[in-house]
Design a protein around this ligand. Structure first.
Ligand SMILES: NC(=O)c1ccc[n+]([C@@H]2O[C@H](COP(=O)([O-])OP(=O)(O)OC[C@H]3O[C@@H](n4cnc5c(N)ncnc54)[C@H](O)[C@@H]3O)[C@@H](O)[C@H]2O)c1
Length: 284
């Protein structure tokens, strides 16, 4: 029997490789023997087999990047993302429209055995409530049409982050089924609060105590590698029967809320205390 978790002889592309979960994922794949190529709009310090600059807000740059890196990958990780402190339409561009374009190009070009892993968020777990609208967005024919849909649904887009993360989960499920006959898998993870360069933006948007209130039963934030390992697992041969799956990586927070063993009322009280502190300038 071979080691199904090994990346020896496998080529992986990490989109969003500069920092946080993407950087951790790149390091882990290298540790497991894989050849890692990166894409980002910021040049990473890490030694990668190649690096391609791309601002994922710009469709022309995505086209150029796809032409440069090709689509014949064993594993693609889409780890790029923007938080809700950025303009909502930029958030939709990077988190969803660019992701869809990259993943669709990759799954069209991959050989059987290839796999894609994307990062959603526990912020997207209410995706069922927008199934019809998000299906409409997913079915728009191209990048411009998708952005036009967003511009026509600004109320629903709201701050951009939640809808983009809900859309990732539904997209993952749909594409997984659509490409399953090609022997390609598509999965995503939904992280809970994680210590990465994005965290200060979440704290700014929601208040630090709100983030702290929802850390989950382990009472701490995850490290970036604790998201990298599950991503790397999903794109490994060890996950060969897993596709269309949203892996919730949240230290048991959802398990606790579903069973009533996490006291949501107490969490909301902690969060509301933050709002009061925030108003008096004591929140961060
Ligand atoms: N940190 C958390 O608590 C948390 C929780 C749930 C989900 N997430 C998601 O995890 C993913 C990774 O975020 P992270 O926490 O590692 O933060 P991060 O900011 O370290 O990583 C985001 C990466 O995306 C890249 N990026 C952003 N905009 C880009 C653009 N326009 N073009 C190209 N690259 C771009 C950044 O340079 C960076 O490498 C994101 O999708 C984020 O929404 C984070």
């Amino acid at each position: 029997m071979e080691n199904a978790f090994s990346y020896a002889g496998r080529r992986a592309l990490v989109v969003g490789c500069y920092s946080g979960m993407g950087a951790a994922t790149a390091e882990i794949v290298q540790l497991l023997g894989g050849e890692v190529h990166g894409v980002d709009y910021k040049q990473p310090d890490a030694a990668l087999a190649s690096f391609t600059t791309c601002d994922l807000r710009d469709e022309a740059q995505i086209d150029a990047m796809l032409a440069a890196v090709g689509t014949d990958w064993d594993a693609v990780f889409y780890c790029a993302g923007l938080p809700q402190t950025h303009p909502p339409l930029d958030v939709m561009r990077v988190n969803f429209m660019a992701m869809r374009k990259v993943v669709d190009a990759m799954t069209a070009g991959m050989k059987p055995g290839g796999a894609v892993a994307i990062i959603s968020s526990n912020a997207g777990l209410q995706f069922m409530s927008h199934m019809a609208e998000i299906t409409e967005l997913i079915e728009t024919p191209d990048f411009d049409a998708g952005m036009a849909w967003c511009e026509g649904h600004l109320d629903l887009v709201n701050e951009g982050y939640t809808l983009s993360k809900e859309a990732i989960i539904i997209f993952t499920m749909r594409r997984a089924i659509e490409v399953v006959g090609k022997g390609i898998r598509v999965n995503c993870i939904s992280p809970g609060p994680t210590s990465t360069p994005m965290m200060p933006d979440f704290e700014k948007a929601a208040g630090k105590k709100v983030i702290d209130a929802f850390v989950g039963p382990m009472e701490r934030r995850a490290e970036a590698a604790e998201m990298g390992w599950p991503l790397v697992f999903l794109n490994s041969a060890g996950a060969s029967f897993i596709t269309g799956f949203n892996l919730i990586v949240d230290a048991g927070f959802v398990a606790g809320t579903m069973t009533g063993l996490v006291d949501l009322e107490a969490l909301f009280n902690r969060a509301f205390a933050d709002v009061a502190d925030h108003a008096t300038g004591d929140g961060e």
